[in-house]
Design a protein. Structure first.
Length: 206
């Protein structure tokens, strides 16, 4: 059974993770993939997420997929208790997941029921296609040859992150306006999309 927690800003909603997915977290290992952020100017959210995971009692095992061997990546993703994919550039993230083969391991593990936590870009890559994210992220600077917008397809909907949340108010509105024909799931920084089996619920931090 799939167990997926998708958010815009993990540090803001970490407190509702355990109650949302009903999975014991303390003492468990989380494979932490910060790859989407490595070319971004602002990356404080990466450190904030690590602190939030640590405060939930999780043991963070960083896995920067552009810097590790295929064997190491396979071992960490197979043996960890849950997978965390950070925010940053959605297109660069998907490019590197494909290049390293991490995409296949992630799909396989999530289909087996391993908890997946995706923040921002880490949420949007789960959609059937990520072209809708063009108004949210630059898809050319780091990925000039990016032409295949097929996402991981782990979910059938399209997460729209940072809705009405600074500094993405305008970008998120554009994404919603241009893609109203798609099954969008829209969340602010204070909300998370929780998928357990076939159930899809938007939870809000109280």
């Amino acid at each position: 059974m799939k167990k997926i927690f998708l958010c815009s800003s993990f540090a803001d909603v970490a407190s509702i993770l355990s109650e949302s997915v009903s999975v014991p977290l303390r003492g468990k290992t989380v494979a932490f993939i910060p790859t989407a952020s490595i070319h971004e100017e602002y990356t404080q959210y990466v450190e904030d997420a690590k602190v939030a995971l640590d405060s939930l009692g999780l043991i963070v095992k960083e896995l920067e997929i552009t810097q590790c061997s295929k064997n190491e990546m396979e071992e960490v993703l197979t043996n960890c208790d849950c997978i965390y994919v950070s925010g940053g550039n959605t297109f660069f993230l998907l490019q590197e997941l494909r290049k390293t083969g991490a995409d296949k391991y992630i799909i396989e593990q999530v289909e087996k029921g391993k908890l997946y936590i995706g923040e921002s870009a880490g949420a949007m890559i789960l959609a059937p296609n990520i072209e809708y994210a063009k108004d949210m992220d630059d898809h050319l600077t780091q990925t000039p040859d990016f032409t295949d917008f097929k996402g991981l397809g782990i979910v059938e909907f399209y997460p729209v992150v940072h809705f009405n949340s600074f500094p993405f108010e305008e970008a998120a509105q554009k994404v919603v306006h241009k893609n109203s024909h798609l099954p969008l799931e829209i969340i602010t920084n204070q909300q998370a999309i929780v998928v357990v089996g076939n159930s899809i619920v938007i939870k809000e931090r109280k």
